[in-house]
Design a binder for this molecule. Sequence first.
Ligand SMILES: [Zn+2]
Ligand SMILES: [Zn+2]
Length: 346
Amino acid sequence: MKALVLEAYGTFAYRDAPDPKPSASDEVLVRVKAVGICGSDVHGMDGSTGRRMPPLIMGHEAAGEIAALGGAAAAAGWKVGDRVTFDSTVWCGECVACRSGDVNLCDRRKVLGVSCDEYKLDGAFAEYVVVPARILFRLPEGLSFARAAMAEPVGVAMHAASLPRFKPGDSVAIVGAGLIGLILLKIVRNMTAGKIIAVDVDPGRLETALAFGADAAFDARESDVVARVREASGGRGVDVAFEVAGATAPIATAVEATRKGGQVVLVGNASPKIELALQSVVTRQISLLGSCAIAGEYPAALELMARGRLDIDPLVSAVAPLSEGAAWFARLYAREKGLFKVILEP
Ligand SMILES: [Zn+2]
Ligand SMILES: [Zn+2]
């Protein structure tokens, strides 16, 4: 098969790779029809995260058709030709976390298209990928493969939105208005009548946030950004802040813009460590909630998109052939303005 292989840090080759085959009875071979480039792939391709050790086929946001399957997968009701997407997390289904529905916290959690010290799992920037049948989700009729590939980022945003306690009039700050932040904004817009305030360093993203229903949008680099968010939320600070960048400065903005007793949901994790204003968190009794991946939100994410209740099309910047993947990675790596999701088609 053809695959886009990360050959060395920062270097791709679109080349022949061995055809993967289902090796266990509960595995399926998926013919990939669409696969999104994730920010974690773009950040990881230079080696800075330690989770994309080459050679590797990355890619964990995909949709396609079942091309072959083992006996147990067939017995579970799957058949050749089924249109599917799959969880970016390969969870075991047997540990305590999995059995309680927290598959994102699986003790044996692996992520497709990741290679790190503990494991290597080739992903979906290829014509075919093998996954266990338990992580498959059927595509609703009429939902295109390219849209279905967005189920992963939509699921990430839905999971984050599910964590804080929300009242109907709560005010919300979204710090980091990239792809996930903007999807979160659309989702949260349907959860509260309160003010929603976006913060980012990119004026184009702030404009998109306003178009997506934010009541206000502020440039993170302005020195009084915290005061402006507080003022826009009525003076005390927002009830809930989502931090979708993952670095010291934006996390400080999210914490300081949140009212006493409020909640900060931490979604971004670009930096392994940050500096935190501990006393501001403790003395104002701020709840910090980490949000990891997706725990069962896929079917709802697919339904929302299939019914046209969540329009993510403005966030799909390009749909291009997989053979042109290296050039798109380069543009994303260079932080080209206005680029959100790029979807590749093998
Ligand atoms: Zn992703
Ligand atoms: Zn598990």
